[in-house]
Design a protein around this ligand. Structure first.
Ligand code: CMP
Length: 578
């Protein structure tokens, strides 16, 4: 048999048959012996044949089970999941998938019965199932909480399998060329050091790893087969190396991207601070803040991350994350869930360092804050004297943005608020708060009440109750006037349309009547004798005109009383004629 044919068909010879060939040096034809079923490492085959068969047929059972699963797997039709068994069966049986599944499951193992074909190559059709494996891996990747770890593990396993197959080929090739015949092939197994199967496998695996990881340092090949093997391996190695570098690189990029999405980009801020020659103290404050974010996993850009989801999912997630905090806030405790759902998407997480001011007295207020975690103090201008300490579930900063009547400080902050330790806050902008409270007046009243209490304590509320009541009354009136104005505007618009249509109809009617009256001038001149008859005639014609008018569809007429006006006009014309 030709050397190449022998190599490709993976026929293997027994260990003791290798020796004469090795001794014979260039002897081309080897005696074909009883071939092995499974492995290049013959001892493994001899000892574990039962295990090989068992594993093979267990995996065949899994493949068959997979076919049943596929038949029962529903599919989407115009967005609805089809579960009807007869349709599912029909669909699968007529798909190309079914063809490939059957092909992969053909009992090619029966070829083992032919004595000369005892090679694992007969089961090669099982590889047709590999798309299903990659489908499974893809699904697992979308479900796992650690996709990057999963990706790297998958890559490592694939590389491991590749190195393993390559090691097997190397050993088979060494056996074919002759163990120990040169430096490149596997050393002579009769030597005790290289005799054990474990040593054979590890040596081959190591050799294969050297090539595929492009580490090199392998012995120089000496014969054609060795050269070809090395060339093919080195080409594969380039791909393997590239895919390893690429995958690891993309994993690192993903991690960086994730960090950049979760946290503000520290490197960017750092280089900005450097370029602007910011003082060391301020630099340190920024660094401490970043450190706190990273160590305690404080995510300040949640809203940006959630933006990629549909609004309903965003709300559901935000509610489940923030509701525990919001439900601790007194004003929101008895609120409708719809208010909380509306608010929750508008909250922006913020983290403050110890000693940092969240707002200063006299500043214009643009947002209010809800405390998620930490303690803050209402402090005097010296920054030390504390008037009150606010904790988890408290809120502040509402007075300057609520336009409370009688508030002497207007839209200015009434106090300094300073973070005692690290504090996690939610900020809510003036616009968002106003929009939301418009629809939930009860919550607005509560907020204003709390603000008024503080202002009264501080003596910053104008205490003219009457004035307040008056203003409230005026406000109520204004609201009523606004709504009445809107209704009036709508009515006016309708009337204008009706008026236009009536005028148009009137013009047509007058034209018709003019045409009719043209003929009567002669009749009138004929004399008074026929006067009574003419009058009756005119009466009749006008009567006809009115009848027509009555037959007009209501829709065309609109809601206005165009008909009445027409009648009046007809009477007028009649009078004129008389
Ligand atoms: N004595 C106080 N106790 C609790 N909170 C206060 C007190 N004084 C002021 N505040 C809060 O501190 C905030 C400072 O900004 P505002 O004036 O917008 O709203 C103020 C109140 O919410």
């Amino acid at each position: 048999m030709n050397r190449w044919t022998k190599l490709v068909s993976l026929h293997r010879t027994q260990k003791d048959e290798v020796q004469p060939e090795k001794a014979g040096g260039g002897k081309e034809e080897k005696t074909e012996q009883k071939t092995k079923v499974k492995v290049c490492f013959y001892e493994v085959d001899q000892k574990f044949q039962a295990i090989w068969y068992t594993l093979d047929y267990i995996s065949d059972l899994v493949y068959v089970a997979d076919i049943f699963i596929k038949v029962r797997t529903g599919f989407l039709e115009q967005g609805s999941l089809v579960r009807d068994m007869s349709r599912l069966k029909n669909r699968y049986l007529h798909s190309s998938q079914f063809f490939w599944d059957v092909l992969s499951q053909l009992p090619t193992d029966l070829l083992y019965l032919i004595d000369t074909v005892k090679t694992p190559v007969v089961r090669i059709n099982r590889f047709l199932r590999s798309p299903r494996l990659s489908e499974t891996l893809d699904r697992m990747e979308t479900r796992t909480a650690y996709p990057n770890v999963f990706r790297i593990s998958k890559l490592m396993i694939l590389i491991f399998i590749l190195i393993h197959w390559n090691a097997c080929l190397y050993f088979a090739l060494s056996k074919y060329i002759g163990f120990g015949s040169d430096d490149w092939v596997y050393p002579d197994p009769t030597d005790n050091e290289y005799n054990s199967t474990r040593r054979q496998y590890f040596y081959s695996f190591w050799f294969s790893t050297l090539i595929l990881s492009t580490v090199g340092d392998t012995p120089q090949p000496t014969c054609e087969e060795e050269f070809l093997f090395m060339i093919a391996d080195l080409l594969i190695a380039v791909l393997v190396f590239a895919s390893v570098v690429g995958s690891v690189g993309s994993v690192i990029m993903n991690l960086q991207d994730r960090d950049n999405v979760f946290f503000p980009n520290h490197e960017l801020v750092k280089s900005y601070l450097r370029s602007r020659r910011i003082s060391k103290a301020l630099h340190n404050r920024v660094n401490t803040w970043y450190q706190h974010l990273y160590i305690n996993k404080k995510i300040t850009r949640e809203n940006e991350i959630l933006l990629q989801l549909p609004v309903t999912l965003q709300t559901a997630i935000a509610v489940s994350v923030h509701l525990p905090t919001l439900s601790k806030v007194t004003i929101f405790q008895n609120c409708e869930s719809s208010l909380l759902e509306e608010l929750v998407l508008k909250l922006t997480p913020q983290v403050y360092n110890p000693g940092e001011y969240v707002c200063r007295k006299g500043d214009v207020g643009h947002e209010m804050y809800i405390i998620k975690e930490g303690k803050l103090a209402v402090v005097a201008d010296d920054g030390v004297t504390q008037f009150a300490v606010l904790g988890e579930g408290n809120f502040f900063g509402e007075i300057s943005i609520l336009n409370i009547k009688g508030n002497k400080s207007g839209n200015r902050r009434t106090a300094n608020i300073r973070s005692i330790g690290y504090s996690d806050l939610f900020s809510l902008s003036k616009e968002d708060l106003t929009d939301t409270l418009c629809e939930f007046p009860a919550a607005k009243r509560l907020l204003e009440e709390k603000g008024r209490q503080i202002l009264t304590k501080m003596g910053m509320l104008e205490t003219s109750d009457e004035g307040e009541e008056d203003t409230e009354k005026i406000e109520d009136k204004l609201v009523r006037i606004e709504s009445s104005l809107e209704t009036l505007q709508t009515k006016l618009a309708r009337l204008m349309v009706e008026l236009e249509s009536s005028v148009y109809k009137m013009m047509i009617r007058v034209e018709q009547l003019e045409m009719q009256t043209d003929g009567w001038e002669g009749i009138v001149a004929e004399g008074a004798g026929s006067e009574t008859d003419d009058e009756a005639e005119i009466e009749r014609k006008i009567g006809d005109g009115e009848g027509e008018q009555e037959e007009e569809p209501q829709g065309e007429r609109g809601e206005g009383d165009g008909g009445e006006e027409d009648k009046d006009d007809s009477k007028e014309i009649k009078q004129k004629l008389e």
